[in-house]
Every structure is written in structure tokens, then in C-alpha cells.
Design a binder for this molecule. Structure first.
Ligand code: IPD
Ligand code: CA
Ligand code: CA
Length: 268
């Protein structure tokens, strides 16, 4: 494992700073959830001032450090495209529904791409105050301590994370047989409601694998790098390397990847 280049180390440091400032605001707002007004973006997709404040703070910090960068953020700049220049892919609050209900599983997620390649990723678990970081070629860490994916190979011992396609009901018929197969053949399936944290859980070996049928770039940019830098594999459902565009995702410790892909396609 190499050390992060000075440029990547500065990227990670700046993303951590931005994520911490955003998390401080989110935690402050969490003290009085009853004061929050929820807006409905689409069915089962909510947003509040908390998401907007967090993204504004992240944007201010990142653009102060990197004035030429492009921002792609879920709430303020979702239509941005990922070019060759430095692009930050930001979910200011992943797990908004959890947050609004006081269910303590939500995160700030910031990925940085350069030349179409992920260089840095930060996922901050706000309720537990734990920071996951990764830099290209330099490994992944939890609060500064290196992390690795698990070494589980036996599906009957595996704990697998998932996300439901609740925002995309047309995917439910394809999803349910996958869920049934994984439930029957593993030690357990968990759905905690924040994809960035699901990917961090694969990276640190708490989950042996994770799949979800439809994620946005900001849900997974940072998490993809975390898993890869922790020794795992992230692909689309066909097994091709995954870039952070809207799509299905399979992440695993690598050892279980072929088995996961086969389960997801069995009978599909
Ligand atoms: C959602 C969460 C959830 C996943 C959804 C995402 P949001 O993000 O990551 O786990 O199942 O697909 O949209 O809306 O809370 O930022
Ligand atoms: Ca999200
Ligand atoms: Ca979000």
C-alpha cells in the first residue's frame, strides 16, 4: 500500500473538514426534529433545510480550497456532469428519512474525482461521529485506523446489506426474488437506510456484501472508493466495474463477489 500523494492527502483533508462542518450543523438540527418542515421531492423522497444547509456549507469549504472544481451535489447541483476536471460528488445527508425520524443512521458523503477517476472519499457517520476516509492507491481508514474488508467466503455465515428500491417501484418485482434468495442463503440481510454507510460497512468488514438496484452518484461515489481501497470489489449487477452514475451496485469483500452476482441473476 502506498502513501496518498500530497494532492490526494489534501483532497481527503479538505473533504473531512467540509464533512465535519456539515455534520456539526446536522447534529445541531437533530436536537429538535419537531421544528423541521419536510418537503416532498417525489414519493417517499424528502428534503428539509438541513440537507440544504449542509450542502451549502460543504460547497463553500470545497470551492474555497478548489475554486475551479465542479460541484455535483444532490440538492443544489444534481444536474452537473462529471468531466475531466476536479469534481466533488456530494450527498450532504444520506439517510434523510432516517434523520427526519430520529433513527440514528445517516451520513455525509463526499467523493472527489479527477480525470474520471475517484481520488478521495469521505463518509462521516454523523450519529456515531465516525469518519471513514480513502485515497486512491493508499487504502481506507476509520478514524485514521486502516480498515479491510472481511474474509468470509461461506454464504451461510455472511451478513449482507441491501437497499430497497422504494423510490423506484417499477424495480420491486426484480428485487423481491433477489431478496428472497439472499435471505434464504445467508446468515442475514440488513437494510439500514443510508447507502453510503452500507458501503462503509462493507469496507470495514461489518457486511460481507451489499447490493441495491438503483443508486445515484452521490449515494456511492465516496463509498465505492472506500470499498476498493479496503480490498473489496464494486461492480454493477452485470459484474462490470462501476463508475458513480445512476445504477445498480454490488459491493463485496471480493471473495463473495462471483457468488453474489450469481444469486442476483439466478432466474432473473
Ligand atoms: C437514500 C439512501 C437509501 C437508499 C436510497 C437513497 P437519501 O439516500 O441512501 O439507503 O436506499 O436509494 O436515495 O435520499 O437519504 O440521501
Ligand atoms: Ca443518498
Ligand atoms: Ca441525501
Amino acid at each position: 500500500m502506498q502513501r496518498a500523494t500530497r494532492d490526494d492527502a489534501f483532497l481527503v483533508e479538505t473533504c473531512v473538514h467540509a464533512a465535519r462542518e456539515a455534520a456539526a450543523g446536522i447534529s445541531h438540527r437533530a436536537r429538535d426534529l419537531s421544528a423541521l418542515d419536510w418537503q416532498v421531492k417525489s414519493r417517499a423522497d424528502f428534503v428539509s433545510i438541513v440537507d440544504h444547509e449542509a450542502e451549502a456549507k460543504i460547497t463553500e469549504i470545497l470551492l474555497t480550497a478548489f475554486p475551479d472544481a465542479t460541484m455535483m451535489g444532490e440538492e443544489l447541483t444534481p444536474g452537473s456532469t462529471i468531466g475531466d476536471g476536479l469534481t466533488f460528488i456530494v450527498d450532504p445527508l444520506d439517510g434523510t428519512t432516517n434523520f427526519l425520524h430520529g433513527y440514528p443512521n445517516y451520513a455525509v458523503s463526499i467523493g472527489a474525482m479527477l480525470g474520471g477517476v475517484l481520488r478521495a472519499g469521505v463518509v462521516l457517520d454523523v450519529a456515531r461521529n465516525v469518519t471513514f476516509t480513502a485515497a486512491a492507491g493508499a487504502g481506507a481508514a476509520r478514524d485514521g485506523t486502516p480498515i479491510r474488508v472481511s474474509s468470509v467466503t461461506d454464504p451461510s455465515r455472511a451478513l449482507v446489506g441491501t437497499g430497497f428500491p422504494f423510490k423506484h417501484p417499477s424495480h420491486i418485482p426484480a428485487y423481491l426474488p433477489q431478496f428472497a434468495r439472499l435471505m434464504q442463503s445467508t446468515a442475514g440481510v440488513r437494510r439500514a437506510g443510508a447507502a453510503a454507510l452500507d458501503l462503509a460497512d462493507v469496507a470495514c468488514g461489518r457486511f460481507d456484501a451489499f447490493w441495491e438496484l438503483m443508486l445515484a452518484p452521490w449515494d456511492m461515489a465516496a463509498g465505492i472508493l472506500l470499498v476498493r481501497e479496503a480490498g473489496g470489489v464494486v461492480t454493477d449487477l452485470g459484474g462490470s466495474p462501476l463508475a458513480p452514475s445512476h445504477s445498480g451496485v454490488v459491493a463485496s469483500n471480493g471473495l463473495m463477489h462471483p457468488w453474489m452476482l450469481a444469486q442476483l441473476h439466478d432466474g432473473a
